[in-house]
Ligand binder design. Structure first.
Ligand SMILES: Cc1ncc(COP(=O)(O)O)c(C=O)c1O
Length: 377
């Protein structure tokens, strides 16, 4: 979007505002499919659960990774109108419930859809057997998350050494293990994590086959990095490595899934805010904007993400601090942003803010989340 269009959007819709461009979501989806043509894309709804985004990706042909019953229902809304049989086929073929820990009530609610769900320990397996006996299961492996912006292996995934026992345990309980999954950590710029994880998964699959259980699905998770800055190597480079390893390590007929979240939506959104306060503290200019880390900028806390603020004003740029609108000291957007001299009511904007941003916005201090404007729907 041009500066003019952004300024006019702020006038028309007010601030704080998040603009989500659906052409960019479709472009990111197409890029993923072009470079990883053998991989079925399950959009990780958690990255941005806006129903409009789910709808756009549904029409683009995507499948979905959900992590809760409400996320499942957001996807389900798109297929509610279909006959029961087609709904069931969509759920089988195109939804994975990829949160390895599920409340039993969720399992009970999902069982009638015969869902595909992940697990990584024996207690979860027993729970699935008891409350969702019609589910198919996928075992989540712990893999290296070194260098990724957000680590996940501290919380999820079985050790590769336990994997075959957990596969055998599932079959013994009468469940069918459809495949393996892993997650290399979110915003994974260390491509070696993918290479190691694929090798680890291949070894588990080989042993499982030797023990009588050939698995059909490999779910390579999320982690595909968004181009936040020029240090992030192109997606095509990562895809080439993944394709090479898949070709080398797995049988031709294996079904490969991925759960990209950030890659599809991060670059599709821009947020706009207004300067609502200005002070000089210890010689440094401090700006206060009408958004916060409890709102659109929540990724600073939950996603370890740094967003750079830009302005439409020209002039000599100086190091300044930018704070959010709430009364909390944690609400610091940046201690060292470089901006020209700004005045109350000037606009600032942040790019690449479509993932893990308004998804985790709250009503803290009584401020509602920013208005979201969807363009090119
Ligand atoms: C199981 C699972 N799949 C996919 C994702 C999406 O990851 P990303 O946004 O890094 O692609 C996450 C993120 O936390 C996840 O936990």
């Amino acid at each position: 979007m041009t500066h003019k269009q952004l300024q006019s959007a702020a006038r028309k819709h007010g601030t704080p505002l998040v603009i989500i461009d659906h052409d960019l979501i479709r472009k990111n989806y197409a890029e993923f499919r072009t470079h990883l043509p053998k991989v079925q894309v399950y959009y990780a709804v958690k990255a941005n659960p806006a129903p409009e985004i789910v709808n756009t990706l549904y029409h683009a042909g995507a499948s979905f990774d959900v992590a809760s019953l409400p996320e499942f229902m957001t996807v389900y809304e798109n297929i509610r109108h279909l006959p029961a049989r087609q709904q069931q086929e969509f759920i089988w073929d195109k939804i994975i419930y990829a949160n390895p820990t599920k409340p039993k009530e969720t399992l009970v609610a999902l069982d009638r859809y015969k869902p595909l769900v992940t697990y990584d320990n024996l207690n979860e397996l027993k729970k699935i057997r008891q409350y969702a006996p019609h589910a198919g299961v996928v075992l989540r492996l712990a893999v290296s998350n070194t260098g990724s912006q957000c680590e996940l292996s501290n919380k999820f995934g079985c050790a590769p050494g336990e994997a075959v026992d957990l596969i055998l345990a599932a079959f013994k309980l009468g469940l069918v293990v459809e495949g393996l999954s892993f997650h290399v950590g979110s915003q994974c710029t260390n491509f070696e994590n993918f290479v190691q994880a694929l090798n680890s998964a291949a070894a588990v699959m080989k042993e499982s086959k030797a023990r009588g259980h050939e698995l059909k699905i490999l779910d390579i998770g999320g982690g595909f990095p968004a181009p936040y800055d020029r240090h992030v190597r192109p997606f095509s480079q990562l895809a080439r490595k993944i394709n090479t390893e898949i070709e080398r390590l797995f049988p031709k007929d294996i079904q490969i899934l991925a759960e990209p979240g950030r890659f599809l939506v991060a670059s599709a959104a821009i947020s706009l805010a207004r300067i609502i306060g200005k002070a000089i503290r210890d010689g440094k200019t401090c700006y206060y904007i009408n958004d916060s880390v409890y709102h659109t900028f929540s990724g600073i806390i939950f996603d370890h993400c740094q967003y750079h603020l830009k302005t439409f004003k020209k002039g000599k740029r100086e190091v300044c601090a930018v704070f959010g609108q709430t009364c909390d000291g944690l609400d610091t957007i940046s201690q060292s942003e470089e901006l020209p001299d700004l005045a109350i009511d000037d606009l600032v904007y942040a790019e690449n803010i479509g993932a893990y941003s308004n998804a985790s916005a709250t009503y803290f201090n009584g401020f509602p989340p920013a208005k979201v404007w969807h363009v090119n729907l």
